[in-house]
Design a protein around this ligand. Sequence first.
Ligand SMILES: [Ca+2]
Ligand SMILES: [Ca+2]
Length: 111
Amino acid sequence: MFRVLRGFVLPEAACEAPESSAMYENLFKKLDLNEDGRVDIAELQAGLKALGIPLGDDAEKKIFKAGDTNQDGKLDIEEFMNYLKDHEKKMKLAFKSLDKNNDGLHEKRNY
Ligand SMILES: [Ca+2]
Ligand SMILES: [Ca+2]
């Protein structure tokens, strides 16, 4: 499913950073609750909360202000990915803290 979506949306960008793009597409799909291909602010609020991403109270508004480049009140996947790429470091840190199975975060066990 990702292959279809990736080819449809941003083939060139996807080639540059396949891992990030797949992750963002996956996140976008999770946020797009009514599956209309766009994430509105209510979906973003609900989605970030459900994912437990620790952002401030006004984070959704800030994301929209910065990310909604055509100002139609919704983020399409292109806007969404552009935003995330601009804020990649910060977002990756948030995702990493969520990823309990991430091998990079494994702790030494003392038996
Ligand atoms: Ca939607
Ligand atoms: Ca938009």
